[in-house]
Write a protein that binds this ligand. Structure first.
Ligand SMILES: O=C(CO)[C@H](O)[C@H](O)COP(=O)(O)O
Length: 224
C-alpha cells in the first residue's frame, strides 16, 4: 500500500449501489478506479463517466459500465486527484491535462471527493505550475496576454517536442505563480479571458479530501 493507493481505495468506499460516478484522471485516481472495478466484479451496480480517454480505457478494462452525459442530469459522486490542496480545500489540478473534463464532472456532482497523497497538502496554491487550457486558434495571443497581465514565467506545455494537445483538442500553458494569495479572484480573471477555455484552479468545488500516507493511513477532511 502506498499513499496514493491508500487515498484512492478509501474514497472508493463512498461508492454505493445505483450511483452515477465521475472517474478522475491520474495516478491516484487510478487506484480509486481499480478499487471500484474490483467492487463491480463483486456485484456493485453503478454507472460512470470518465474524465479522460485514459480513465475511460481503465474503466472499460475493469468492466465499469459507462454512461453518456445525455442520459443523466447530474452525478452522485466524483472522485479525482489533485496537484495541490490548500488549507481551504481549493485545488490546483490539470497536471495530467484533463482539467476541463475534470471540472465539468466535479461541478456537476453532488459530492466531489479529492484524493491526494500527503505531499499535495500545501498552505497556499502556486508552487505547482497552474495549467491553463487555451484554444489552438491564435493561441499566441492568449499566451501573450497571460504573460503581459501576470508577468510570471509561463510556458506552453509540450510532449515529444510538439505542443501538448488535450483530449478536447486544445493546448495548455503552465504558469508559475509562486504563491496564489487569492485563488477565487485569479479563477474569475482567467475565466474571463477570451482564448482561455478553462484553468486548473478548483475553488469551492471540493466537498471532501482524503489524504493518504505511506503507512496506509488516511485522513478525511470535510468542507466546513
Ligand atoms: O488533475 C489531474 C489530471 O489532470 C490529476 O488529478 C492531478 O494531476 C494529480 O495527478 P496524480 O494523482 O497522478 O498525482
Amino acid at each position: 500500500m502506498n499513499a496514493k493507493q491508500a487515498a484512492g481505495y478509501r474514497a472508493a468506499e463512498w461508492v454505493e449501489d445505483g450511483m452515477i460516478v465521475g472517474l478522475g484522471t491520474g495516478s491516484t485516481a487510478y487506484y480509486a478506479i481499480e478499487k471500484i472495478g474490483q467492487r463491480v466484479a463483486q456485484g456493485l451496480k453503478i454507472k460512470a463517466i470518465a474524465t479522460s480517454n485514459a480513465s475511460e480505457e481503465l474503466a472499460k478494462k475493469y468492466n465499469i459500465p459507462l454512461i453518456r452525459a445525455a442520459e443523466v442530469e447530474h452525478l452522485d459522486l466524483a472522485i479525482d486527484g489533485a496537484d495541490e490542496v490548500d488549507a481551504n480545500m481549493a485545488l490546483t489540478k490539470g497536471g495530467g491535462g484533463a482539467l476541463l473534463r475534470e471540472k465539468l464532472v466535479a461541478i456537476n456532482s453532488e459530492r466531489f471527493i479529492v484524493i491526494a497523497d500527503h505531499s499535495k497538502m500545501v498552505p497556499h496554491l502556486g508552487n505547482f505550475k497552474l495549467p491553463i487550457e487555451i484554444v489552438p486558434f491564435c493561441y499566441e495571443w492568449a499566451f501573450g496576454q497571460l504573460q503581459r497581465i501576470y508577468n510570471v514565467p509561463i510556458e506552453m506545455r509540450t510532449r515529444d517536442g510538439e505542443l501538448y494537445i488535450t483530449d478536447n483538442g486544445n493546448y495548455i500553458a503552465d504558469a508559475s505563480f509562486g504563491v496564489i494569495s487569492d485563488p477565487g479572484k485569479l479563477s474569475h480573471e482567467l475565466k474571463a479571458m477570451t482564448g482561455v477555455v478553462e484553468h486548473g484552479l478548483f475553488v469551492d468545488i471540493a466537498h471532501t479530501v482524503v489524504v493518504g500516507y505511506e503507512d496506509g493511513r488516511t485522513e478525511v477532511i470535510e468542507k466546513k
